[in-house]
Write a new protein. Structure first.
Lengths: 271, 254
């Protein structure tokens, strides 16, 4: 009897989850697809065509720039924390705790910090560089934690095997542990990418909302998510905002597919 | 009969994990090119002891050691000892087969590559020789590029033995190498170990007393961090000097 109730509850929960996801996707597609006109992909964005092409390019800039900085720092910090740091050291404890806390901070807080520090204090103004650096701070904890978890889950036995063959720590970490941890690290990187692509609040105050492709690091721009936010906020191009959402959704779906593919390919092991 | 030569000599070895003393002043001489078995109940210190012979205990932060262990007359706990060179000479096989998630070839070649061998032909020769020594060449020679995790547990353990042999050790430590395996794989590994003693000094921890009596030349009986009795295997199993040894062997505890 109780097993039936529990099973029913499980099915219901699953149905609600899938139902909501399905509803959101369906709603966006219905309202957006029919407004996907060639105009929306023009190289120059004007207040008439509200093209999202510059926003797509800017999104790639921001994501690329962010990953370029955050991946090495995050991965190496994760390595340090798991492989080298003495867990009882108060500084290490503080870094670990800061990482956990930062991961839970709402993005608007990052936005305000970025605004006060990069935009105002360092006088970067609303710019690509301020947006990228803010995204770096925001995505760093995700990558650090993913790296830590991936490294810890590789376990003792293969490390012992390597040490017992006379391999040093560096060789053990880079030739034995790293390949095993790679899928986990990569999925952290992809998760961080997703977070940056979907971010609005933190970028609104740092990257700004200029409608064309930023010419250099110190010019303002807007990512797809920001473009959509601005369009729906102004209220003149709500249909185009939905069309933008369709493209954004596509990006996220492709990214998720990529993540699954990459970890499946890598965890097969082989050579 | 010639007088036995000793490969390793342990003198007054004490070992602590934090405040807990696991080994209480052990003395033991390990004869060259013979098989020495360690038996005793769980938690008696035999695994801890075997891991101190190639300094694997260094990996445990709280572990502290006093006393000396000599390999060919040189103290391995001397601060001048290169631990990686020590582990090249004193190889180890673990309880659970632990191949790397790489191809069989790369598993065997890992050790030699670590110690600087890059020549493909030389590596090929080492891989073939090691796999033959570990009696698994015929089973895997056509699948060397297959992932080592895709073969059976018994085969994996022989891959691990081959991997340990590939770096050219002088001593081979085996920590309950068959406890995770089925009887047929166990028999294969016992046979293999007997074949290996013409070239290697072997130290083996085992829970299985029949195994110790079948395979080893000398046996040491451990209890609560002490070596209660050590000597010729036949004597230990037929006519032990100590009452505790007799009790353990006859199955009265442990």
């Amino acid at each position: 009897m109780s097993a039936k109730v529990i099973r029913g509850f499980v099915y219901l929960s699953a149905a609600i989850t899938f139902g909501m996801l399905g509803y959101v996707i369906f709603f966006i597609l219905i309202n957006g697809v029919r407004f996907l006109t060639p105009d929306l992909f023009a190289w120059n964005s004007t207040s008439e065509n509200v093209s999202m092409m510059p926003a797509i390019i800017t999104t790639l800039y921001v994501v690329g720039g962010t990953l370029l900085i955050t991946t090495p720092i995050g991965v190496f910090t994760g390595f340090y924390l798991v492989e080298y740091a003495n867990r009882k050291n108060p500084i290490v404890k503080a870094v670990s705790m800061a990482t956990d806390t930062l991961a839970a901070v709402p993005s608007i807080v990052y936005g305000l910090f970025g605004f006060l520090f990069f935009v105002t204090f360092l006088s970067f103004r609303l710019s690509l560089i301020a947006g990228i650096l803010t995204s770096v701070i925001m995505s760093l904890p995700l990558i650090i934690r993913a790296t830590e978890e991936a490294l810890v889950s590789t376990g003792r036995p293969i490390r012992e095997a390597s040490y017992a063959l006379g391999a040093g720590k560096l060789r053990t970490i880079f030739t034995v542990v790293l390949p095993v941890a790679m899928p986990g690290i990569l999925s952290g990187v992809i998760l961080a990418t997703g977070r940056v692509i979907g971010e609005t609040a933190a970028l609104l105050y740092t990257l700004g909302s200029a409608s064309n492709i930023p010419g250099d690091l110190f010019s303002s721009g807007r990512t797809l998510a920001l473009h959509m936010f601005v369009l729906s906020n102004e209220g003149f191009h709500v249909d185009q905002a939905y069309a933008t959402a369709v493209v954004l959704l596509l990006f996220v779906l492709i990214l998720n597919g990529l993540s699954t593919l990459v970890s499946a390919r890598l965890s097969k092991g082989g050579k | 009969m010639s007088t036995p030569t000793y490969k390793m000599e342990v003198k007054d070895l004490k070992l602590w994990y934090g405040d807990f003393q696991a080994l209480h002043g052990l003395d033991l001489a390990i004869p060259d090119k013979k098989i020495t078995a360690f038996i005793g109940p769980s938690g008696c210190g035999k695994s801890t002891f075997i891991k101190s012979l190639n300094r694997m205990n260094d990996l445990i932060e709280t572990c502290r050691i006093e006393g000396t262990i000599e390999l060919d007359g040189k103290n391995i706990y001397d601060h001048k000892t290169d631990v990686n060179q020590l582990r090249k000479k004193v190889g180890m096989v673990f309880q659970q087969p632990n191949p790397f998630p790489k191809s069989i070839y790369d598993n065997i070649a890992y050790g030699p590559r670590t110690h600087g061998i890059k020549n493909k032909k030389e590596l090929d020769e080492i891989v073939e020789r090691s796999l033959k020594q570990a009696a698994i060449w015929d089973e895997v020679k056509d699948y060397l590029d297959r992932n080592a995790l895709s073969i059976s547990g018994g085969q994996q353990q022989r891959i691990c033995i081959a991997r340990a042999l590939a770096v050219g050790p002088e001593v081979l430590l085996m920590d309950e190498p068959t406890s995770a395996l089925d009887p047929i794989s166990t028999a294969k590994i016992e046979e293999l170990v007997s074949d290996l003693k013409s070239e290697y000094t072997i130290v083996m921890v085992t829970h299985n007393m029949q195994q110790a009596s079948r395979v080893s030349d000398e046996t040491a009986f451990f209890l609560n961090g002490h070596i209660i009795e050590h000597g010729d295997t036949r004597k230990i199993f037929t006519n032990p000097d100590q009452e505790e040894t007799e009790n353990y062997i006859s199955g009265r505890f442990g």
